[in-house]
Design a protein around this ligand. Structure first.
Ligand SMILES: C[S@@+](CC[C@H](N)C(=O)[O-])C[C@H]1O[C@@H](n2cnc3c(N)ncnc32)[C@H](O)[C@@H]1O
Length: 312
């Protein structure tokens, strides 16, 4: 166990490392370092000439990365959003030279497990939910000021919460009397406002997911990074993306499909598939965790891994 008994078990670890087809002298980027589970496995496949750069938004992840960087000269870490990947790559003169990029989207177990980060409805903490608590507004600040229609929209679109309207109304009625400051306050409010219970799912699950995704700009960051990642890759380089819910996976799947198809010409145009200039090819179908992994890490249940290879 690491910091205060918290750890992150990397999901689909073997599948990801295999899928990246690591070149031992290659140059790699882990855009979501977390606690370095995947990063350490990538380093284990690299020779002394190989390089790995880790990125993360979260200062706690950066501390873990700095400690790894002190022990391993092949590794470096930067605190930033992966949505700024092009800048990071250009600053290192790595554009078009990266052999593999990993994005293991979403939150880490330590983020969920540390009550003071405010991500979890199961632990009482300040309603924060920021991956970088020094940037942007907290969930409590957003809830205190957002219009009711905006809250409803976020709950419905990012949480697929069918009771978004009721919950948004309950949030606004409550906050008008006293501010919503803690995770337990919000969880109890959603519980009370939800007319139906889903089996094995706390009624606040979707609300917390939606607010977290919104506060951290998660879908926009994902949308922005994909093209930058393909641009950063060398020919034959691979991009592996692990997503944890359908909204993210849809973005990844559509981007990969469109890029693998190439130019969007009408079907009657007399060109062959390779004349459409596809930038990537799909390496495999979507990969999910097997029973053995799920038995030790239930958080892997919703993980989906997709891998592509740059062809131009
Ligand atoms: C699922 S965890 C990654 C775990 C990691 N693969 C491991 O094995 O320890 C996701 C990590 O990505 C970070 N993250 C999420 N969105 C990010 C973004 N846009 N830019 C940089 N880091 C991000 C989170 O702070 C979190 O540490």
């Amino acid at each position: 166990m690491t910091e205060k008994g918290l750890e992150h078990i990397p999901v689909l670890l073997n599948e990801t490392v295999e899928g990246l087809a690591i070149k031992s002298n290659g140059c790699y980027i882990d855009g979501t370092f977390g606690r370095g589970g995947h990063a350490k496995a990538i380093l284990a496949s690299l020779s002394q000439k190989g390089k790995l750069l880790g990125l993360d938004k979260d200062p706690e992840a950066i501390k873990a990365g700095q400690s790894l960087a002190r022990q391993d000269g092949r590794f470096d870490i930067e605190e930033c959003s992966f949505a700024t990947l092009s800048q990071v790559v250009n600053a290192r003169l790595w554009q078009g030279k990266v052999d593999g990029i990993l994005l293991d989207i979403g939150v880490s177990s330590p983020q969920l497990d540390m009550a003071e980060r405010g991500f979890s409805f199961q632990k009482d903490g300040p309603l924060d939910m920021r991956m970088n608590p020094n940037v942007g507004i907290s969930a409590a600040e957003w809830i205190a000021t957002a219009e009711m229609t905006e809250i409803e929209r976020i709950l419905k679109t990012l949480g697929e919460e069918r009771f978004g309207k009721r919950i948004a109304r309950a949030i606004v009625e409550t906050r008008d009397e006293s501010p919503l400051m803690t995770t337990k306050q919000l969880a109890a409010l959603v519980d009370k406002a939800s007319p139906v219970r889903e089996k094995n799912k706390h009624p606040a699950t979707r609300t917390f997911q939606a607010i977290r995704i919104h506060i951290n700009n998660e879908l926009d960051d994902l949308t922005e990074v994909l093209q930058q990642a393909v641009d950063a890759l060398a020919s034959g380089g691979r991009l592996a993306v692990i997503s944890f819910h359908s909204l993210e996976d849809r973005i990844v799947k559509r981007f990969f499909r469109d890029q693998a198809k190439g130019d969007d010409l009408p079907s009657y145009f007399p060109v062959t598939a390779d004349q459409l200039n596809p930038t990537i090819k799909l390496v495999s179908k979507a990969i999910k965790a097997g029973e053995q992994e799920l038995s030790v890490n239930p958080r892997a249940r919703s993980a989906v891994l997709r891998i592509v290879e740059k062809v131009t």
